[in-house]
Design a protein around this ligand. Sequence first.
Ligand code: AMP
Ligand code: MG
Length: 277
Amino acid sequence: MPDHAHEPLDDREVLAACRVHSDTALADHDPRATFGWDKDAAKDRFRIVADEVSELQKRLFAADERALLMVLQGIDAGGKGGTIRSVMNRLNPAGVSVHGFGVPSDEERAHDFLWRIHDHAPERGKIAVFDRSHYEDVLVVRVKDLVPEPVWRKRYEHIRNFEELLDDEGTTVVKFFLDVSKEKQRERLQDRIDDPDERWKFRKGDLDDRVMWDDYQAAFQEALRETSTDAAPWYVVPGDRKWVRNLVVALALRHHLEQIGPEYPPAEEDIDGLVVE
Ligand code: AMP
Ligand code: MG
């Protein structure tokens, strides 16, 4: 990504710069990118955009026609939890669900990889957030060789079809890869080890994944390229700076909610002038 440090991009240019295409190279995306934004101004803008997202969510809920599914992927300490906290903070909790996908249970493993996913897709009017998702089945599964290559490779197509089905049937799918540098992950993992209140988040296995950094990056890049469609686009979000990350995610959510364009349903007739006794 070119350095725009002296020339702030407008919202549309930022989303275009982050949007994944079939030739996207993660090496061209800078996890420390700022798009020329000033930190304090970006934090102020985040609050404004998050409030606009909140207003759109009210309409989405009231209209009860379409839903939105937000998929978050990234390495350990990539900021998935923090993104959910800051971006979802201002939304009406009644209209939001968050589901984290961990190692599949025996029952889940006894089914196809999408079986456990579909059940958590949002109902009309709602926003669902996936903290990890069906993408683990072409990421960790690939890197750790948990199923043979022909099996995981075919999943790109299954995923494209699944997400197209969701879109056709009323669920807009928006996907975010939180792009964190190896050095930033080191810092954050070390903080987790050193801070007694954070230590619960740390597993020694996180370090095994870190050793496989390059394999994960290759798996992410291919998964993103193969599955970024008009029905379900991927965005690479610069993840080293939380204030950049939060604003980019909020801008994308606002954009896709505006595309849905939810409107409050018409009121019943003859309500004008009614007085409640
Ligand atoms: P966390 O998100 O830190 O709670 O960790 C969840 C763990 O579950 C991660 O190590 C993921 O790689 C793992 N995981 C999630 N989905 C799958 C899957 N389909 N197959 C194997 N491991 C998975
Ligand atoms: Mg973890």
